[in-house]
Write a protein that binds this ligand. Structure first.
Ligand SMILES: Cc1cc2nc3c(=O)[nH]c(=O)nc-3n(C[C@H](O)[C@H](O)[C@H](O)COP(=O)(O)OP(=O)(O)OC[C@H]3O[C@@H](n4cnc5c(N)ncnc54)[C@H](O)[C@@H]3O)c2cc1C
Length: 304
C-alpha cells in the first residue's frame, strides 16, 4: 500500500500529521472509519509541502473544512485528509472589506461583522462550516448566500496561491468553481454593507428558525438533498410518508424530513442506504429526482 511507504508516513508525521484518525471525529454526521493521515496545515507553505509529498507517492488526498457536508465510508480512507478548519487566520476588517482565512468559522464571522456594524452575512449565521467550505458550496440560507458578498478568493492555481477576483458568474445554487479538487481556497475577501439597523434582528430571527425547525440535537450534515426545481425536498420526502423512517441508526428526522440524522450508532452505510431508499421512493411516487447535497468522501478523493 502506498500509505505504508516509510517515506510518506515519516514526511507527513514530521509536518504534524496525525495517524489513524477516526473520520467520525472530523465530520458532523459522526460516522466513518479511520483516515490514514490527517493534517491541519499551519500555513500555505505547509499545505504545499504536504501536497508535494502526496504527489510524489501518489497518495490520495481529500480536503475538508469542518466536515459538515460530507459523508465518509465505514472502511475509512487510505490517504491524507487536509483539514482547513480552526485556522488562526482571523478576520482583518478594512473599511467595508474583510479578509479571513479559509478555516475561519462562517458563523463566527457573521456575528463579528454584525457587531462591527455590517450586514451581508447575518442570514448565514448558524451554518456550521468554514469560510472555505462556504465558498466551495456557495452556502446560503433564508435568502442569503456567500456569493453576494464574495469579492476575491485566494486559491491554488498552477502550484501556487494567488488572489483572484471571484468568478461570481460561475456560482449558483450550491455550485462554485472553488470546490476541491478544482482548487483549494486559502482565504477570502468579502465586501459587506453598512448595517441599515436590521442586521442583528435578522440574525436572531434566522437562528431562532434554525433552533425551531432543524434537528440540531442530533448529528447530521444539514439538508441531505438539494432543493429540486419547483419543490422542497423535505416536503416531497414527508409526502411519501418517510418522516421518521429509519434504517439502522440513520433516520429521516422527525422534525425536518429534509435532514437525515444519526440517531445513535449509525454507520456511514446506514446513511447511504437510507439516502438511496429516500431517493428511490420519492422518484417512484413523485417522479422527482433528489440530488444529494451531501458529498461522499470518495467523490472528493484526488490522486495527483
Ligand atoms: C446542522 C447543519 C445545518 C446546515 N445548514 C446549512 C444551510 O443553511 N445552508 C447551507 O448552504 N449549508 C448548510 N449546511 C451544510 C454545510 O454546513 C455547508 O455546506 C458548509 O458550507 C460546509 O462547510 P465545511 O467547512 O463544513 O465544508 P466541508 O463539509 O468540510 O466540505 C464541503 C465541500 O467543500 C470543500 N471544501 C471545504 N473547504 C474547502 C476549501 N478551503 N477549499 C476548497 N474546497 C473546500 C470540500 O472538499 C467539500 O467538497 C448545514 C449543515 C449542518 C450540519
Amino acid at each position: 500500500m502506498v500509505y505504508n511507504s516509510e517515506f510518506v508516513g515519516r514526511a507527513l508525521v514530521e509536518l504534524g500529521a496525525k495517524v489513524n484518525v477516526p473520520l467520525s471525529e472530523l465530520v458532523s454526521f459522526r460516522v466513518g472509519g479511520p483516515a490514514a493521515f490527517v493534517l491541519q496545515p499551519k500555513g500555505e507553505a505547509e499545505l504545499c509541502a504536504a501536497l508535494g509529498i502526496c504527489q510524489a507517492e501518489h497518495l490520495p488526498v481529500v480536503l475538508l473544512g469542518n466536515g459538515t457536508n460530507v459523508l465518509p465510508a465505514d472502511e475509512g480512507f487510505r490517504g491524507l485528509i487536509l483539514q482547513l478548519s480552526g485556522d488562526g487566520a482571523a478576520p482583518v476588517f478594512q473599511g467595508d472589506r474583510v479578509v479571513a482565512g479559509a478555516g475561519y468559522s462562517l458563523t463566527a464571522l457573521a456575528k463579528e461583522s454584525v457587531q462591527r456594524g455590517f450586514m451581508g452575512l447575518e442570514r448565514l449565521c448558524g451554518i456550521p462550516g468554514t469560510l472555505g467550505g462556504a465558498v466551495a458550496m456557495n452556502a446560503g440560507a433564508y435568502g442569503g448566500e456567500i456569493k453576494s458578498v464574495l469579492r476575491r478568493v485566494r486559491c491554488f492555481r498552477d502550484g501556487a496561491f494567488v488572489w483572484e477576483d471571484a468568478r461570481l458568474e460561475q456560482m449558483g445554487y450550491r455550485k462554485s468553481p472553488y470546490a476541491w479538487p478544482s482548487t483549494i481556497v486559502a482565504a477570502v475577501e468579502l465586501q459587506l454593507l453598512p448595517d441599515d439597523g436590521t442586521a442583528a434582528a435578522t440574525m436572531a430571527e434566522c437562528m431562532q428558525k434554525r433552533r425551531e425547525k432543524q434537528p440540531l440535537n442530533l448529528p447530521s450534515a444539514g439538508s441531505t438533498f438539494k432543493r429540486p426545481e419547483g419543490h422542497f425536498a423535505g416536503a416531497l420526502i414527508e409526502g411519501c410518508g418517510l418522516k421518521g423512517f429509519a434504517m439502522g441508526g440513520a433516520q429521516v428526522s422527525e422534525l425536518h424530513a429534509g435532514f437525515i440524522v444519526n440517531r445513535g450508532g449509525a454507520t456511514a452505510g446506514d446513511i447511504r442506504a437510507l439516502m438511496n431508499h429516500v431517493q428511490a421512493q420519492v422518484m417512484s411516487e413523485t417522479g422527482v429526482l433528489l440530488e444529494p447535497e451531501v458529498k461522499g468522501l470518495e467523490a472528493l478523493t484526488c490522486i495527483f
